[in-house]
Design a binder for this molecule. Structure first.
Ligand code: GTP
Ligand code: MG
Length: 389
């Protein structure tokens, strides 16, 4: 076959050239795109290349094939695999173009709404907003940075990102991990929170890390007597790590269970998930915690919930007792800014973040710097989380 290579700045321009030179019957053999460096690599240009031929010459030794009605040559070209490749590439280009256009419109709309944000720092402000950092908080951080740095530094991306990380750290109180400070008796920690946020899984991760990695004596207590499955779930983990588990339903049983584990260094209490709207169950939980007198109560919240749900949970569970906050399911969160908004607003220390279903690995101490990195990573945050495992 007689074939030639055509190059152009867009796939459709290259295709037009193929059609012009070889006619509509042209057969496409190969397509590719690559970046060409020009001016000693200072300018880069994307090139689209199509290798096409005029079609196979008829073989005289073969009997002529019966004449079939020919589809329209344009359709023939489009239906070939290479033709479809081009269509897909074209679509991809168009979608990418549309995305950039929408992004630009969003930035433009935000910019119109926030004339107080300096032009050179607007991109960073936009990134924080896209990660659902509250507008007021984002504006506050950016304005502080503007006051801190000289204008020429605002153009140095790494420097500005470092400053934003510092701001996020400043606005995100962290409580550090669970630490036993007393010399005698168990350090008692209770986890409370809405249903299904990951309390039991987090208790299992904490217990396994304390027992297997730190070699501590750990006892487990569950107050979740509503469902057999919930007891089985924790029993399975207790057996694997070799820790005692007590299942208790009343405040009196709870006090007795804690006394029976007096030789443990840590006791972790799992509770049944409660709806923030269920006042009765919340007051029952309050009674149980009053009997347990835990050293720390961590409110467990999921990053997959809306900020509104999270705030309602904080308000209602706050009436029970909340000392620290654990955020779960970061691996499923589209945006991690909510963690910053919430922890900053309620001014409770962030103790842990959980990043997956695997016990005991998918948990980390809630470090502001790490959260800053995740917020600044934007769409790459999930990738960063997986790489960190
Ligand atoms: N993706 C993801 N899933 C998680 C994480 N933590 C827990 N899960 C999952 O969330 C689901 C609920 O977890 P549980 O630990 O049973 O939640 P819970 O808060 O104890 O639930 P209730 O006791 O019913 O209120 C399970 O499928 C867990 O595997 C996490 O960090 N990431
Ligand atoms: Mg549970």
């Amino acid at each position: 076959m007689d074939y030639r290579t055509f190059q152009a700045g867009t796939m459709s321009a290259a295709l037009a050239e193929v059609k012009h030179e070889l006619g509509p019957q042209a057969v496409i053999l190969h397509t590719r795109s690559f970046v060409k460096n020009r001016w000693l690599g200072l300018r880069r240009k994307e090139v689209f290349e199509i290798t096409a031929g005029r079609g196979a010459r008829p073989n005289p030794t073969l009997r002529p094939a019966p004449i079939k009605p020919q589809p329209d040559p344009r359709r023939q070209l489009l239906e070939s695999p290479a033709g479809q490749n081009i269509v897909m590439t074209g679509l991809f280009q168009e979608v990418t173009g549309l995305k950039a256009m929408v992004q630009e419109l969003v930035v433009h709309a935000n910019r119109a709404r926030c004339p107080q944000i300096p032009e050179e720092l607007f991109e960073y402000y936009s990134q924080l907003i896209q990660n659902q950092v509250a507008e007021e908080l984002a504006a506050d951080m950016i304005k502080t940075i503007q006051r801190q740095i000289r204008p020429e530094y605002a153009r140095q991306a790494d420097f500005v990102r470092q400053k934003i990380a510092e701001q996020i750290e400043r606005h995100l109180p962290s409580s550090g991990p669970i630490v036993r400070t007393k010399a005698v008796g168990p350090h008692v920690v209770a986890l409370i929170g809405p249903t299904g946020v990951g309390k039991t899984t987090t208790i299992a991760k904490l217990a396994a890390n304390l027992k297997l990695r730190e070699k501590r004596r750990v006892g487990l207590v569950t107050l979740d007597t509503y469902r057999i499955a919930a007891i089985d779930q924790l029993k399975k983990y207790a057996d694997i790590i070799g820790s005692p588990l007590s299942v208790v339903g009343t405040p009196e049983d709870l006090s007795a269970a804690l006394r029976s584990m007096d030789d443990c260094e840590f006791i972790l209490i799992d509770t049944a998930g409660r709806s923030p709207n269920d006042a009765l169950k919340l007051s029952e939980l309050k009674g149980l915690l009053a009997a347990a007198k835990p050293d720390e109560v961590h409110l467990v919240l999921s990053t997959t919930a809306s900020q509104q749900c999270v705030e309602l949970a904080i308000a209602r569970f706050g009436e029970v007792r909340v000392d620290k906050i654990i955020f779960t399911k970061l691996d499923e969160a589209a945006h991690v800014g909510v963690v910053l908004n919430v922890v900053h607003k309620v001014n409770k220390g962030l103790s842990y973040l959980t990043t997956g279903q695997d016990v005991p690995d998918d948990i980390e101490v809630g470090q502001p710097r790490r959260l800053a990195q995740l917020i600044l990573a934007g769409p790459d945050a999930q990738l960063m989380m997986r790489q960190n495992r």
